[in-house]
Ligand binder design. Structure first.
Ligand SMILES: [Fe+2]
Length: 289
């Protein structure tokens, strides 16, 4: 039976009231940002993808992130939020994020529907190119998705806007997008990266305040250093892809998320945190998803 839900009415005032222009300044002059990605949720609470209940897995990873002694100053979700692109899936996500009590920034992945994100997530659903502040840091968000395609592409306008934002503000900066801008060494997923990722890198190369480009999509931990910045990839909250595999393959490593520690002096520390075990046994598949 199809799940039906009513769309919330989001007014301009609602959106404005959920925006936070100031973030609390912690005692040690740093901000705790968490990245959660590729939740692949469904309308139905018992729905499975590759035989994994993605809602249960997402909830377990979110609970792990919230166990931390210090509350997060903000949360970023880097796409593939709702696999079946259903209103009920986004409604569930909105409820989960709404309970966190911190600003949330959500960008779409190839498995997402922007209109539903805007309807259900309100101000947390960011625009095609957006900049938000977190303490002394700037967070730039990019929608790298293309309709009907798994791979990403940035428009010339988006690339130009990133250049403009970086010219205007010299503060330490993180750039977030869904698809990976450089190959990660896995042939099958490197065919669906950001096709013109090199153009984004060229812009970031010119601006020393860029500390990292952070992506989702690859369902695995990834870290690379390029000039003055890092390129970071993060495990999914559900199943993991086998690093280095030329063809689709699952990895037994557990779901997780990324911690980002943004220091007021511009230093960035980041690491991945994983569940001790899957919320339920992982069933391997070699056919893709
Ligand atoms: Fe994904």
């Amino acid at each position: 039976m199809a799940t039906t839900v009513s769309a919330p009415s989001v007014t301009h005032q609602d959106r404005a009231s959920t925006q936070r222009d100031e973030t609390p300044r912690p005692a040690d002059d740093s901000w705790r940002l968490i990245q959660i990605t590729d939740s692949h949720l469904f309308a139905a609470a018992d729905a499975r993808l590759l035989d994994l209940n993605t809602r249960r897995s997402f909830a377990a990873v979110l609970a792990l992130a919230l166990e931390h002694a210090e509350p997060a100053a903000a949360l970023v979700m880097t796409g593939d939020l709702v696999h079946d692109e259903s209103a009920a899936g986004y409604a569930y996500l909105a409820q989960a994020l709404g309970a966190l009590g911190c600003p949330c920034f959500c960008i779409p992945g190839n498995h997402d529907r922007r209109g539903l994100m805007e309807t259900w997530l309100g101000a947390s659903a960011i625009e095609s190119v957006a900049e938000r502040r977190l303490g002394t840091w700037n967070l730039i968000f990019l929608d790298s998705t293309q309709p009907g395609k798994d791979g990403g592409q940035l428009t010339p306008r988006q690339v130009a806007q990133v250049e403009t934002l970086l010219q205007r503000n010299p503060g330490p900066t993180l750039v977030f997008l869904h698809q990976h801008p450089i190959p990660v060494g896995s042939d099958w997923i490197d065919t669906i990266d950001v096709a013109n990722g090199a153009e984004l890198l060229a812009v970031c190369d010119r601006h020393p305040q860029v500390k990292a480009i952070v992506c989702g999509h690859i369902h695995q931990e990834f870290a690379s250093v390029r000039r003055h910045y890092q390129i970071l990839g993060t495990p999914s909250t559900c199943f993991q892809f086998m690093p280095g595999s030329p063809v689709f393959a699952l990895d037994a490593r557990t779901p997780g998320y990324r911690e980002l520690r943004l220091h007021a002096d511009g230093r960035l520390d980041s690491w991945v945190v994983r569940l001790a075990e899957y919320p339920e046994p992982l069933v391997y598949s070699t056919i893709g998803y």
